[in-house]
Write a protein that binds this ligand. Structure first.
Ligand code: GTP
Ligand code: MG
Length: 195
């Protein structure tokens, strides 16, 4: 994938701020610190366009990045951040649910799971919810560089079993450190926006 242009567009806190040009959107969901912003930077080959963990727990912004006048990445606020109040958590839920259920240009959710750990309750809930509503998703396991190659399969199995995935569902093994999975993930993304 050749990147000719990549820019930050907006931190949207309300739906009326979402872009109106109807370009396809790829959303990134996952726990705080799982590596969402790092993955965007790696995909678009910019070191720091998506801010990495500057403000953990920022619960109510969807960060939009436009790539090649072709698509948007929509970086969700991370879930499962401990220091967030109940009220904020509820507001997060409402915003995300509305977006996921009603956003017409949404083509795919990349649900990101840290390969090192079994998916959390939040991860399991998000996965079940996306499935329930028939939202197209691809599981991406992050930080593969932190696990020896010989143990990748074992960790992938735990992720699959904990989420209750079908054997036929693909998982992309990713590392923002080494770039592993980058081309494969671009293929999944382009397939989703062209399909
Ligand atoms: P929030 O915005 O807080 O929800 O976090 P995030 O999901 O955007 O995570 P972020 O990309 O900021 O990464 C969190 C930390 O993990 C940073 O210190 C990254 O450098 C590190 N990190 C992310 N991806 C990888 C990876 O693939 N390998 C390694 N070794 N570190 C990673
Ligand atoms: Mg982030």
């Amino acid at each position: 994938m050749k990147i000719t242009q990549a820019e930050f567009i907006i931190s949207a806190v309300k739906p009326h701020q979402y872009p109106e040009d109807a370009l396809p959107e790829i959303a990134l969901a996952g726990r705080s610190n799982v590596g969402k912003s790092s993955l965007i930077n790696k995909l678009i080959l910019r070191k720091n366009l998506a801010r990495t963990s500057s403000q953990p727990g920022k619960t109510q912004q969807l960060n939009y990045y436009r790539v090649n006048d072709q698509l948007y990445f929509v970086d969700f606020p991370g879930y499962g951040y401990a220091k967030v109040s109940k009220t904020e958590r509820a507001a997060w839920g409402v915003m995300i649910e509305n977006y996921l259920q009603q956003r017409e240009p949404l083509k795919l959710v990349l649900q990101m799971i840290d390969l090192r750990h079994p998916p959390s309750k939040d991860d399991q809930q998000m996965y079940a919810w996306l499935k329930h509503f028939g939202i197209p998703l691809c599981i991406v396991t992050t930080k593969a560089d932190k696990i020896p190659r010989s143990r990748w399969d074992k960790h992938l199995k735990v992720v699959r079993e904990t989420l209750g995935m079908n054997a036929s569902e693909p998982v992309v093994l990713f590392s923002s450190e080494t770039g592993k999975g980058r081309e494969e993930l671009w293929e999944v993304i382009l397939g989703a926006i062209e399909g």
